[in-house]
Design a protein around this ligand. Sequence first.
Ligand SMILES: NC(=O)c1ccc[n+]([C@@H]2O[C@H](COP(=O)([O-])OP(=O)(O)OC[C@H]3O[C@@H](n4cnc5c(N)ncnc54)[C@H](O)[C@@H]3O)[C@@H](O)[C@H]2O)c1
Ligand SMILES: O=c1ccn([C@@H]2O[C@H](COP(=O)(O)OP(=O)(O)O[C@H]3O[C@H](CO)[C@H](O)[C@H](O)[C@H]3O)[C@@H](O)[C@H]2O)c(=O)[nH]1
Length: 328
Amino acid sequence: MEKKGILVTGGAGYIGAHVALMLAEAGERVVVLDNLSTGFAESVIQSDLIIGDMADTPLVSSLLREHDIDTVMHFAAHTIVPESVADPLKYYRNNTCGTRNLLQCCQEAGIKHFVFSSTAAVYGIPTDGVAREDTPNAPINPYGTSKLMSEWMLRDLSTASPMRHVALRYFNVAGSDPEGRIGQSTEKATLLIKVACEAAVGKRSHISVFGTDYPTPDGTGVRDYIHVTDLAAAHLKALDYLRGGGASDTFNVGYGHGLSVRQVLDTVQRLNGKPLDIREEPRRAGDPPSLVAAAERIRAVLGWEPQHDDLEFIVRTSLEWERKLADR
Ligand SMILES: NC(=O)c1ccc[n+]([C@@H]2O[C@H](COP(=O)([O-])OP(=O)(O)OC[C@H]3O[C@@H](n4cnc5c(N)ncnc54)[C@H](O)[C@@H]3O)[C@@H](O)[C@H]2O)c1
Ligand SMILES: O=c1ccn([C@@H]2O[C@H](COP(=O)(O)OP(=O)(O)O[C@H]3O[C@H](CO)[C@H](O)[C@H](O)[C@H]3O)[C@@H](O)[C@H]2O)c(=O)[nH]1
């Protein structure tokens, strides 16, 4: 009998494409559903791509059936925090209502396993800058709220049905496939490492440092940056765990230590071999001084062992991808 398939929603996007590729290389049968709103068809290699919207219930129901799917990995979402503040209903429609429609199809199709892309943004601003899975949820923007509402729907559906799920709360994801096949092509990026690498290859004139007076060692914001390949591997561990009968659960995905904006920019300049035009600016609204994962649970329960906890590796692979994009 042919192996059951895995549906990857948002698999033409940055993170979903890395996970779909890793799954396919591990011998899984992967079907990607993506409406290409922020994704790219050429990022889908080694999997089938169905172009469509997760809110299209008839389409989703028929593809779950026709492709004999028993697992869904759900990446499809809008992801830009400032945009979510300006247009919250866009985020609630796509991220929350879209997920609700997808879950309805999953319930009807008897999907067994569901892995959800959640975010450290569900924590808001933890008082000591460290987020544990049981730190109270207090998102401070509609993006974080839209994802938290999806976590809650999943929790309730997993209680009411045989489906089990893992929600992975990603911290700051960066880097690209070490073999250079795929990377982050996102337009209008706002994330530090992506923006800094764009500045390094001349796509932007400068890079802003938002806040130099934080109560951190060098005054700039501290975050837990994680390489996309390690994040992708966490999804395969979640799949093994669910297939092995693991109960529904939620895990942080970060390395468990923080790096400052200045440390990131120093590394980008050193690896790129020339200085960036760095402009110091006031704090960005809503930015916590420090946000770092308590990262023990995913190692203990899923057996996840990161391979690339190394800022140089993260920046090197990001820069290589950015140079490739610039040459196109
Ligand atoms: N990048 C990060 O640092 C980060 C951090 C935490 C969580 N996440 C989560 O990870 C997931 C992937 O993020 P990403 O950085 O790869 O973003 P991305 O924008 O590159 O990928 C999202 C993909 O979903 C697709 N999509 C959006 N709405 C859709 C819909 N209604 N139907 C079908 N496809 C749709 C887009 O076309 C895109 O390919 C998101 O759920 C995001 O919230 C990302
Ligand atoms: O041009 C920039 C961009 C960012 N920063 C600073 O760099 C740090 C990281 O900022 P990012 O924008 O790269 O990431 P955030 O921590 O703000 O948030 C990101 O990671 C979160 C998880 O921790 C959520 O997933 C959220 O969706 C995603 O935007 C912050 O101190 C920020 O002020 C700058 O100084 N200049």
